[in-house]
Design a protein around this ligand. Structure first.
Ligand SMILES: [Zn+2]
Length: 91
């Protein structure tokens, strides 16, 4: 199995953040983003989809949706860095 297959398997069993995947697969968050971009395309061929759960600001409660695969470190509304990051899953 390749790392990307492993990531797809992990995300099919539950949602994970970019940081969590970086820890699990011992790579940088930047590498995780690259893997996720690839995985989101490859699972489509198998009739599945990658879903992105929005980031949530822990200070003002704003839901922060991302239009591409990336992490969120700062709330665009109140500028707080106390942000629960976006989470990814495959179904
Ligand atoms: Zn906020």
């Amino acid at each position: 199995m390749t790392v990307r297959d492993e990531i797809a398997r992990v995300l099919a069993s539950g949602d994970r953040s970019i940081r969590e995947l970086a820890v699990i697969f011992e790579c940088s968050e930047r590498e995780v983003v690259q893997h996720l971009e690839h995985v989101s395309r490859s699972v489509r061929a198998k009739g599945m989809r990658m879903y992105v759960l929005p980031a949530v600001c822990m200070k003002c409660g704003a839901e922060i949706r991302v239009s591409r695969i990336r992490n969120v470190r700062k709330c665009p509304k109140c500028r707080s860095t106390h942000v629960e990051p976006p989470r990814f899953r495959i179904r």
